[in-house]
Every structure is written in structure tokens, then in C-alpha cells.
Ligand binder design. Structure first.
Ligand SMILES: [Zn+2]
Length: 145
């Protein structure tokens, strides 16, 4: 746990791309890529003539599951209601965990943002008490936020 963990403020449109290992099944020539932005998660599966894309809006992601066997991780990203699912395999354990963390951070940022607009408050990242959007110091734990 670090104290430098600020609320994620990711610029609109910025995204991170994670590429599956070429050493894994189905990824030798055209490895699958997972792109995570503040808006959506996209799985890109290139092939010779086209590329397949599946996407889920960050707001609709209900769960991110990781299963690691030996060196590689499978990752499932499910949407609420279960009508959509992104599955990808052959990611490093570290990448899989990062994908999960980023998605959760984006979701948190979205929720905080939506809440803030409604009532002018947000959650203190340290003590989780509700404070004003403009607050620089949390009035509950006295930490800089
Ligand atoms: Zn606090």
C-alpha cells in the first residue's frame, strides 16, 4: 500500500495496450491485443486480411477474472447481464493483473465522477469518508487528497 496513490485522472482517449505472448497457442503470428482506455476494453485479434474486435464499455464491466497456469494467464472480462464477454489467453501474469487493476481504476473514476456531478462530493482515497470535490485536505483523516 503506497501513500502516493491518487485518484486516477486519465486523459480522455488515452489507452494502454497489452499483447499476448507469441509463445502461446494462437498468438504466434498475430498475437491478441487487449486495449484498455477510460471508456472501453477492446480485444483485437488481427489476422491476414482483417482484424476482429470485441469491446465492452468500462461502465458495463461486471467482473474481471484471471486464471494463471504456469507462466501464462487467461483473462475473462464480463459485462453486466452477461451478454458480452471478452476472453483472452497467453498474457503474462503481470499484464493480466495490470489489465484488471486499470479496468477497476477506470470504473472507480467513472463512479466517483458520476457521483461527484450529482452532489459535489467524492470519497477520500485514504479513509473512504465522503468529502467535498474541492477539498485539498480530508477533514476526517487530515491527509492531503
Ligand atoms: Zn480521509
Amino acid at each position: 500500500m503506497t501513500n502516493t496513490q491518487a485518484l486516477p485522472t486519465v486523459a480522455e482517449g488515452s489507452h494502454q495496450i497489452f499483447t499476448a505472448s507469441r509463445l502461446t497457442r494462437g498468438n504466434r503470428i498475430f498475437p491478441t491485443k487487449i486495449s484498455v482506455s477510460p471508456v472501453q476494453v477492446v480485444k483485437i485479434k488481427p489476422s491476414w486480411f482483417s482484424s476482429d474486435e470485441e469491446s465492452i464499455n468500462i461502465r458495463h464491466v461486471s467482473s474481471v477474472r484471471i486464471k494463471t497456469v504456469l507462466l501464462w494467464s487467461d483473462i475473462w472480462i464480463e459485462s453486466s447481464g452477461g451478454q458480452n464477454q471478452i476472453y483472452s489467453h497467453g498474457h503474462s501474469k503481470k499484464d493480466a493483473q495490470t489489465i484488471k487493476r486499470i479496468i477497476e481504476e477506470h470504473q472507480m473514476a467513472y463512479k466517483e465522477g458520476a457521483l461527484s456531478e450529482v452532489n459535489g462530493t467524492r470519497k477520500c482515497p485514504y479513509c473512504a469518508e465522503t468529502i467535498k470535490i474541492e477539498a485539498r485536505i480530508c477533514r476526517f483523516c487530515n491527509r492531503e487528497v
